[in-house]
Design a protein around this ligand. Structure first.
Ligand code: MN
Length: 328
């Protein structure tokens, strides 16, 4: 399925009435911010909308406006809802919305808004821009098409999406467009200083202690070109930390001077599988590594789940990285 033009996509939106809006499980800034912004836009054009995510609203994003619009799947189950359409943001595949899929009917028209290079165009309408820094940037284009001046609330949502997906406008995906949009958002009068403090200066002592423990576990290979940490369930337990607390940790591995490819591996609830995140520097494409294990993402940031024990997964990942990038 090819991408729709912006006009075709927006005309498609106009034809539907009741929208189910969703994004991926374990939602982060871009998933939530882009969803709240598109929710606001659809309501401005007179549509009925219901946001449902498999998970609850993440505490880390409480600086976002209109979080009362968010429903976790548990909150919505049992209520009879008939949705004409589903809008999905920030998901390369429809599977990423998890069990929210159960709310769809056979007639539900799917609108896919995303920026993942690995997006499989699962919608009837796909608007995917891999060159965009965040799904929030793609949503911004939709606002422009409708010629709506953004409210402060909408600008805050899009700013959070952009800021979190670009590592505070630092990653290589931060193009001219992202900076220009940020300027437009700031012009609406949003409180950038407050947003930044609420987004980034909120570590708990447990999180800092987890970081300290994980930093003691950094390993390197191939002359320092590969760095990784394999987190055990005990690490979280000992620090009274949650999986959410690991967010951002992988960046430390990238700060090592010689490192080209970094990965962070964590044991999940199921003891026979691990979750792996990848980051890279320069031209190394870790989307290809994640894809080799059934995952995906972006060139410099990707992830997958591997049905192996932690030790076996480390070996498999090292082998794949060395094979693809010809590291010794
Ligand atoms: Mn994103």
């Amino acid at each position: 399925m090819r991408d729709a033009s912006l006009k075709t996509f927006c005309d498609g939106l106009k034809k539907q009435n009741h929208f189910l809006l969703s994004s991926h499980v374990s939602p982060e800034g871009d998933a939530v911010g882009s969803l709240l912004a598109i929710d606001s836009l659809l309501r401005r054009i007179g549509k009925k909308t219901t946001i449902v995510n498999e998970d609850v609203f993440p505490e880390r994003l409480y600086c976002l406006p209109h979080k009362e619009r968010w429903n976790s799947l548990a909150e919505i189950k049992g209520k009879s809802n008939r949705f004409d359409a589903l809008v999905v943001t920030d998901c390369p595949t429809l599977e990423r919305i998890g069990r929210v899929k159960e709310l769809m009917g056979p007639q539900t028209v799917i609108f896919n808004i995303d920026h993942h290079i690995s997006n499989v165009r699962f919608g009837q309408y796909n608007f995917v821009r891999p060159e965009a820094a965040a799904s929030g940037e793609v949503v911004y284009d939709i606002f422009k098409h409708f010629k709506f001046p953004l409210t402060k609330e909408e600008a805050t949502s899009i700013y959070v999406a952009l800021s979190t997906d670009t590592g505070s406008f630092k990653y290589s995906n931060t193009g001219i467009h992202a900076h220009l949009i940020a300027a437009e958002l700031i012009k609406t009068g949003i409180d950038v200083d407050k947003i930044n403090e609420e987004l980034y200066a909120t570590y708990s002592l447990n999180k800092i202690q987890l970081y300290s423990r994980l930093l003691g576990k950094v390993q390197t290979a191939s002359g320092g070109k590969i760095a990784w940490v394999a987190m055990k369930r005990e690490d979280l337990k000992e620090c009274n930390a949650t999986y959410e607390d690991t967010e951002g940790f992988i960046d430390f591995l990238k700060y090592l001077k010689e490192v080209k490819v970094a990965f962070f591996l964590s044991e999940m609830g199921n003891p026979s599988e691990v979750k792996v995140s990848f980051r890279s520097k320069g031209s190394y494409d870790v989307n290809q590594i994640a894809t080799a294990f059934g995952g995906g993402g972006h060139k410099k940031a990707s992830g997958c789940t591997i049905p192996l024990s932690s030790d076996e997964a480390v070996e498999a990942v090292l082998k794949e990285i060395r094979r693809q990038f010809r590291f010794k």
